[in-house]
Design a protein around this ligand. Structure first.
Ligand SMILES: Cc1ncc(COP(=O)(O)O)c(C=O)c1O
Length: 397
């Protein structure tokens, strides 16, 4: 038996384990109040509805529901209609069904980015975006994000126009992970225009848009894309259930053969059964009441968290006030390091994600991300009170 590890590819070697996943292990102790996750409210997941739809699909479609099959045309049509609510006019032929937005990021990063080439991402962003650019060994250029209005347009332009021209850019549109902010309406057309001007594909990662609990929906960046250079990623993970592992890419129809072939090389296709069950769920009109229920719960939990932060931390912290999504971003005094503080928090039986894990250079080490969606209101109050104790102790040290 050989004992040496075989030589790894650059990607196999470069890929960094998600620190966030490591930290989430500490949060599974039932005594720990976990404000660390990013899941939709468990109590609101549509168990009965999905069970009914799976039953219908299995009894109506029989073995066809369990075979390989082309992408589900009914679901692609429904998604094309849904995109209308994001201000995007597209046909079912421009929809490509994926296994969620992370899959979409992986597919598009391989479609556009050769190893070592430049890519533009936000200075503080979702760890899955670091993983795909890191995996491609990209020369990462970062752009700051304003906590009230989203990515800075001027800095985005600087990054796009620097030589050599980047091959890819990625922005999170609504209810940013981890910052909670949405890109201001007036910036969106400018961002699409810049992607077109410099010929840089812009991946619009937008899984949280359907989880708005306050205010009016804002059309996506893709709604302003006349050049076909914005690639929209949507997901059923947050709006329906993460375990379905279904999402989609909106891309020009002439690129579909390339996207299809590339995707086939990873995992052939998405589950026939789940595509049919989700198509059944949405065509029965079950999504709208589900979204109403889940966003009402999230809105109440977010309000509870903001009140608790006000009560316990108003003197030492600042935080985002999201209109949807599942996260609040809390900034603490510069001298605190929330990674160092994490173990004291676990001892005090509360968990969060330290801010440093979301930035390439760890510069947001004095911030932390809190989740409100999958924690009951009483636990949110208690969790924030415990967190405030930990922060006060760290400030006195
Ligand atoms: C901004 C962002 N993009 C992508 C993903 C991955 O989503 P999916 O479950 O659709 O793969 C997440 C999940 O947390 C996310 O926050």
């Amino acid at each position: 038996m050989p004992t040496d590890t075989p030589r790894l590819s650059r990607e196999g070697y470069n890929l960094q384990r998600s620190v966030m996943r490591d930290l989430l292990r500490f949060a599974v102790d039932p005594n720990v109040i976990s404000l660390a996750g990013g899941l939709p409210a468990s109590e609101c997941l549509p168990l009965d509805g999905l069970k009914e739809c799976l039953d219908t699909v299995l009894s109506r479609d029989g073995p066809r529901a369990l075979q390989y099959s082309p992408q589900h045309m009914g679901l692609r049509s429904w998604i094309a209609d849904y995109m209308g609510s994001r201000g995007v006019s597209c046909t079912p032929e421009e929809i490509f069904i994926t296994n969620g937005n992370q899959h979409g990021l992986a597919i598009l990063s391989r479609l556009f980015l050769d190893p070592g080439e430049p890519a533009v991402i936000e200075e503080v962003t979702f760890t899955g975006i670091h993983q795909v650019t890191g995996g491609r060994d990209a020369e990462v250029r970062t752009v700051p994000t304003d906590l009230d209005s989203g990515v800075l347009v001027e800095s985005f332009e600087e990054a796009l126009k620097a030589s050599p021209t980047p091959r890819l850019s990625v922005l999170i549109t609504d209810f940013h992970n981890p910052l909670g902010v949405s890109i201001a309406e007036e910036k969106r057309a400018k961002l699409a225009g810049l992607a077109a001007k410099y010929g840089v594909p812009l991946i619009e990662d937008d899984p949280y848009a359907p989880l708005r609990f306050r205010g009016k929906a804002i059309p996506a960046i893709k709604a302003h894309d006349e050049a076909g250079i914005v690639f929209y990623l949507g997901s059923f993970s947050k709006m329906l259930a993460p375990a379905l592992r279904l999402g989609w890419i909106v891309a020009p129809a002439d690129l579909m053969p390339r996207i299809t072939t590339l995707r086939e090389s990873f995992d052939l296709e998405s589950s026939t059964l789940y595509q049919r069950a989700v198509a059944e769920f949405v065509s029965r009109g079950m999504l709208e009441p589900h979204l109403e229920k889940i966003t009402a719960a999230h809105g109440e939990r977010c309000a509870t968290m903001l009140r608790a932060l006000d009560e316990h931390l108003s003197e030492v912290a600042r935080w985002s006030k999201p209109d949807g999504g599942v996260f609040v971003w809390v900034s603490l005094p510069e001298r605190l390091d929330t990674t160092e503080m994490f173990h004291q928090a676990i001892e005090r039986q509360v968990a969060y994600i330290p801010g440093g894990v979301f930035s390439v250079d760890g510069s947001t080490k004095n911030a932390l991300r809190l989740n409100f969606s999958n924690v009951k209101p009483e636990a949110i109050e208690e969790g924030v009170a415990r967190l405030a104790d930990v922060i006060r102790t760290a400030l006195q040290a």
